[in-house]
Design a binder for this molecule. Sequence first.
Ligand code: TRP
Length: 465
Amino acid sequence: MVQRETWATRTGFILAAVGSAVGLGNIWRFPFVTGEGGGAAFLIVYLLFVALVGFPAILVEFVVGRRTERNPVGALMQLGGNVWKYVGGVFIVTGFVILSYYSVVAGWFVRYFLEGFRDSYAGHLAGYESAAAEAGEPAAAIMFADFSTGTGAFLFHTLIMALSIVIIALGIRRGIELAVKAMVPAILLLLGGMAVWAFTLPGSGAGYQYYLSPDFGVILENWQSLLPAAAGQAFFTLSLGMGVMITYASYLGEDRSLTRDAATIVGFDTGIAFLAGLVVFPVFFAGGITEPGAGGAGAIFVSMTDAFAGLPGGRLLGILFFGTVAIAALSSAISLLEVVTAYVIDEKGVERWKAALGMGTVVYLLGVPVTFDLIFLDLLDLFANGILLVFGALVLMVLVGWITPSFAVEELSKGIGDLGVWGQAWIWAVRVPIIVVLVVTLYLGVTDYVDFLTQDFAGWIGENL
Ligand code: TRP
């Protein structure tokens, strides 16, 4: 057997993990689910969830990965015994489901990026004016409808999957580490700059009000929908609940402080999402859009195209923005493909390039329906975030908290030294409160999904088939 690769540089792991975490979840998904959740009410629940569940959960994945040095399926089998391979199988399925539509959305960003070279964003919008007047919708929304489905969307989905397959086929070091290095600073700079600019827009004040001042009455009233939405978003954005962090930590040496690395990753990821909100909501309200939840999957595209159309230098900024997000998306996409690929390599002994190509092709095909109709985006996204990720995180907590807790604290302390009471506090948080919260969340997520299937999706089938 070939010796297992490890990270080429000390920062390689951090960069790759941040690269996995920071992606469409922060910039595309976070603003629109925050809008659907009513703004500040959602933000609070989300931040609490990240701190109280997300952070302990990322540590759980880290200790499992570093201890076993295996892909998630192998790791669970090694720790829990043979039945756990079916649980690991759920992770692989989750990877398939998420990556299939993730790639389509990443393709939209590449499209918006490339279109900036053809014409200014104002020029593009002008081209949609007459259709917009006819439909009674903003030109940017018509442009999004045009780009988000159809042949173009299909071709860009193909491109993203092809790129991901090539990067993963080349292997951990050369591929992933190189792709990630420039991305995080670029995103921070761009979003930071845009947030400052958004602050100067007349009328943006209402955006901050909406995004930052929570009404606790609203939270209490709506917790049953806020909790699963916030949980799904937290797991999605941190790349948790399907073994990405298990896989990445499996290539890790024992001299790293896992808590410090986890704090860095959670900090960057949450900070970038928060910044994205500071851009999107002020821009929305300044532009007269007072119901940010209605925009759905197009929210970020519609608000940003409008912004870049009206801004001096907007064309260049737009190219930079969409291009950077596309890179961020690619570094997340490859983490998803890496998990399913590592599984086939480790467990079935398939060569890396064959594994990457085979798994990538299946994912690609699963994503194709999304390029025809966005109902499939909801179908896959709700299933993955409301159910699969929560389930994945839950079973990991049960495994580490109840079945093999003794190794966990010991593994966590490597590279740190004595954890003091924090080690026990962590294990007990995992054992009881976090598991209870996740069970409730999973129940609510399943009910939501059943509602979606019997109402929205059944309705769509009735209309279209
Ligand atoms: N976290 C990434 C984002 O926010 C998406 C992602 C990558 C992911 N790998 C994952 C989500 C694993 C869930 C599980 O864009």
